[in-house]
Design a protein around this ligand. Structure first.
Ligand SMILES: C=CC1=C(C)c2cc3[nH]c(cc4nc(cc5[nH]c(cc1n2)c(C)c5CCC(=O)O)C(CCC(=O)O)=C4C)c(C)c3C=C
Ligand code: FE2
Ligand code: FE2
Length: 360
């Protein structure tokens, strides 16, 4: 084991609370080579694909990395903007808005950075930067409302792997999930109500979440249950009856069964059941990305319209909307409250505590 030495914390910096918000990661360019690098790192993570290692590496390198990069690159090109991949630009905007909120509340005491689990802007790189800016107390907030092994679990692994190389660890808090946090549910409900105020209501509100293999649920992953709880709480906040909303799962990858019902199959079947107008929201994605903009915004719209649907509206992710930033600020505040105000010099505090003890 090689531990890093004195560059862990800058002793000269005044101590701060560091907040690291993270998301999945995205390719650097919508091109085959960049997709290959990104998918190789992502799909090699044993938290993401739980298949015996040797077998999986053969499939990954023999088949998937030869076929998927070109196909995925073409899909990414349809959502790419002048600033880059939407997942990256949306996450950056969230981090900037959160920094503004933290500065308003705590001055210079709290710094916010953002990192990606895979690809550019890695977790170790941003942790290093937070430590160099004086972080002694660290809050990690993966921007996945529902916990799953492939997302929150994998993010924790990356933080832990970085810590294994450090001598001096900060105090650490990790938000594994906020799927039922009242402020998050309210932000989602407000966004839907705002959409209704402008466009009116459809017959059905479809809540679509990223899927994962059914097997993970059977082995104890709480993701499926947390998605359903988010849906139920959101429906309650909107006063929807059971037939006015439905939960479904998108973005299936590979051949084994994933969480069901599948979003695409659901949309193909709805017109046949007499439902011709739907609104979709993705309460498991904090930021719009390929999987929402292209898969929900374009691909699934076509399935629904071809099956006889008449009206299809995608309600965007909360991204850096004010209500979302307020909800995330509240989640952060609940975690860091006991850490503030920070003492400028913890040795001095300890000495003061000793003196107080001696005086009494
Ligand atoms: C291979 C298995 C996959 C699992 C398990 C998985 C879980 C999972 N993913 C998200 C969130 C996102 N996934 C995104 C893209 C994406 N996901 C997979 C595969 C699995 N995801 C692939 C192969 C891809 C790449 C895109 C493609 O080639 O089609 C994204 C978007 C990234 C972007 O750059 O826009 C997000 C976000 C969650 C929440 C989740 C857990 C249940
Ligand atoms: Fe995914
Ligand atoms: Fe997809």
């Amino acid at each position: 084991m090689r531990y890093r030495g004195s560059q862990d914390f800058k002793h000269s910096q005044s101590p701060r609370v560091g907040v690291l918000v993270t998301n999945l990661g995205t390719p650097d360019k919508p091109e085959k080579g960049a997709l290959r690098r990104y998918l190789r790192e992502f799909l090699s993570d044993p938290r993401v694909v739980e298949v015996p290692r040797l077998l999986w590496l053969m499939i990954l390198h023999g088949v998937i990395l030869n076929i998927r990069p070109a196909r995925s690159a073409a899909a990414y090109r349809t959502v790419w903007t002048d600033e880059g991949s939407p997942l990256l630009t949306n996450t950056r905007a969230q981090a900037e808005a959160l920094q503004t909120a933290m500065t308003r509340l705590h001055g210079e005491s709290v710094i916010v950075e953002y990192a990606m689990r895979y690809g550019t802007r890695s977790i170790p790189e941003q942790l290093q930067s937070l430590f160099e800016m004086g972080t002694r107390k660290l809050l990690v907030l993966p921007l996945y409302p529902q916990y799953s092994g492939p997302t929150g679990g994998s993010t924790f692994d990356a933080v832990a792997a970085d810590f294994q190389r450090r001598r001096w660890l900060p105090d650490l808090r990790f938000v594994a999930q906020y799927h039922d946090h009242p402020a998050y549910i309210q932000a989602l409900a407000d966004s839907i109500r705002a959409h209704w105020a402008e466009h009116g209501r459809a017959e059905l509100l479809l809540m679509s979440y990223h899927g994962e293999p059914q097997r993970y649920l059977e082995q104890g992953d709480p993701y499926h249950c947390q998605c359903h709880k988010t849906s139920r709480l959101l429906a309650e906040a909107l006063e929807l009856t059971g037939d006015e909303y439905q939960t479904c799962f998108q973005s299936r990858f590979g051949r084994e069964p994933w969480l069901q019902p599948y979003t695409d199959a659901t949309l193909k079947a709805l017109p046949g059941k007499g439902i011709r107008s739907v609104q979709l929201i993705c309460p498991g994605f904090s930021a719009d990305c390929l999987e929402t903009i292209e898969e929900i915004g374009v691909e699934n719209r076509e399935y629904f319209m071809h099956a006889g649907g008449e009206r299809y509206e995608y309600i965007p992710c909360l991204n850096s909307q004010q209500g979302h930033i307020e909800a995330l600020t509240q989640i952060i505040e609940e975690q860091i409250q006991g850490w503030l105000p920070l003492s400028q010099d913890s040795d001095a505090t300890a000495a003061r505590a000793r003196n107080l003890g001696a005086a009494s």
